[in-house]
Write a protein that binds this ligand. Structure first.
Ligand code: ACM
Ligand code: ZN
Length: 480
């Protein structure tokens, strides 16, 4: 068996054997296989054909893996991806990763034919992208002194030059970079830099614990909108691709309920509630970016108001009943959906909770299937302190998502057999991959218990209280 991941759509094995794959002829021609598809012929020499450079690139990635299989039989491969969006998200806010560390992962993404690098650049615990008009975002917002009393500062940001370097590095590997500027929630680092952004304008620190914070961007003040437009102007210039991710997740509305500006915006615009206010806020951002030729992505829990207008793609992560319903409703509006289910694709959770098998076997609901544009595995880094841990959590689980995003015919047993060779490839690239990716029940449960005990100790003070209070206030406000 040829040990290839993702497995190609069609392989025909012929008589004969190739000892090396170094003599390659490349042809750009009409293949009918789309931009990323290719044909690969291995006989006494290697011929690759594609309609576009991207297809030739993927043929070469297949060859790179086949070189680990030598000698290989003479063969013909015809291949093209199932989805146009095959993604990996890296959170560089909670912990900071250097340009070199990121490039090392980009090489892996390319090898597994992933074509979207979703770069999560802002959150409560750190603002990581240079914005010329608002220098305090990086002067103040890019550092926190400690996390839950650990006495360890975390700091760092990417200059515009460094961002361009990553964009260029990705471009050479046919990977698009999708920046995420999370708003209106997860905004503490921005508010710490510019307190006028919040409802209360109280001075706060960059968050030193994890969780969900009620101090979010005020959706009733012109100054907030101006700030967001200005930031997006610079982001849109810096990232040449179509998509910009604006988060929208976990925006706790506690302060909005009491804020005169937010309440005035609700009244003046005939909105029903605070969820619709988020939709109103996001619609403004979407329309602003749409007229610059950009598309927006939002996490599904940010779309509960059901009133976002414009060109927006849904990022499905939250799997509660009401958030599943959001995705179904958006599908009916004919919006594209990116699949990142929390319980199957979140790489930050231990292998005991999300074993490789579970990741590989995730099934998309048939009622949204038609709208799915792709799959993406996110790595949030609250508990990922360095690149060794990043790799341990990411690999080989990311390969399961990469294969499901590319291959039409999923086959978990075949995947596991083919995976047996990838230790060699990971070792060659000095990747600290996890070897016990389907741990036995006892070890798995221990891993999970250890993870959650550690995580609980790092949750920011007042998190649960704020959530409870928000729900109580909303219930009182809207009882009739
Ligand atoms: C998310 O995990 N907050 C999108
Ligand atoms: Zn407000």
């Amino acid at each position: 068996m040829l040990k290839l991941i993702p497995y190609p759509q069609k392989i025909k094995i012929l008589e004969g054997q190739a000892e090396n794959l170094d003599n390659i002829e490349k042809k750009i021609k009409k293949t009918g296989l789309g931009k990323e598809g290719y044909r690969l012929f291995i006989k006494d020499k290697v011929v690759i054909e594609a309609e576009h450079e991207a297809g030739l690139f993927y043929a070469q990635k297949t060859l790179e893996q086949l070189k680990e299989n030598l000698p290989v039989p003479y063969l013909e491969i015809e291949d093209k991806p199932k989805y146009s969006h095959r993604g990996y998200m890296l959170d560089c806010s909670r912990h900071f990763f250097t340009i070199e560390e990121i490039k090392k992962q980009i090489d892996m993404l390319a090898l597994f034919k992933i074509n979207m690098f979703h770069w999560h650049l802002t959150n409560d615990q750190g603002w990581r992208v240079q914005i010329d008009k608002y220098p305090l975002l990086t002067e103040i917002g890019s550092q926190r002194e400690q996390t839950a009393g650990d006495k360890t500062p975390v700091k760092g940001f990417y200059t515009k030059e460094q961002i361009k370097e990553i964009v260029e590095y990705c471009k050479e590997r046919h990977i698009e970079v999708i920046p995420e500027i999370d708003m209106p929630g997860h905004f503490s680092a921005a508010i710490a830099s510019y307190p006028f952004l919040s409802c209360t304008e109280e001075k706060i620190k960059v968050a030193e614990g994890y969780g969900i914070f009620p101090n979010i961007a005020c959706a009733g003040k012109d100054k907030t909108y101006e700030f967001c437009y200005d930031v997006l102007d610079e982001i849109a210039q810096l990232f040449p691709y179509e998509y910009i991710h604006l988060g929208g997740d976990e925006a706790l509305k506690l302060y909005w309920i009491d804020c005169p500006h937010c309440q005035k915006a609700i009244k003046d615009n005939g909105l029903k509630n605070e969820e619709e206010l988020q939709g109103y806020f996001m619609t403004k951002m979407v329309k602003y970016l749409n007229q610059k030729g950009k598309k927006v992505i939002n996490w599904n829990d940010g779309m509960l108001g059901d009133n976002i207008e414009g060109d927006i793609t849904v990022h499905y992560w939250r799997q509660t009943k009401e958030c599943n319903e959001v995705v179904r409703k958006e599908a009916k509006k004919n919006r594209g959906i990116i699949i990142s289910p929390f319980f199957s694709y979140y790489l930050d959770y231990p292998h005991g909770m999300t074993p490789l098998k579970k990741t590989y076997n995730y099934q998309i609901d048939s009622d949204i299937e038609e709208n799915v544009i792709g799959l993406e595995a996110p790595l949030w880094t609250e508990h990922v302190l360095d690149v060794d841990r990043l790799e341990y959590m990411t690999y080989p689980r990311l390969l399961a998502v990469a294969e499901r995003a590319w291959t039409q015919n999923a086959d978990y047993t075949g995947f596991l057999q083919r995976l047996s060779m990838f230790g060699k490839i990971f070792d060659k690239h000095a990747i600290n991959y996890c070897k016990d990716y389907n741990p036995n029940i006892i070890k798995g449960k221990l891993d999970v218990a250890k993870f959650f005990l550690n995580a609980l100790g790092k949750v920011g003070k007042g998190n649960l209280k704020a959530r409870k209070l928000t729900n109580k206030k909303l219930k009182n406000k809207y009882k009739n």
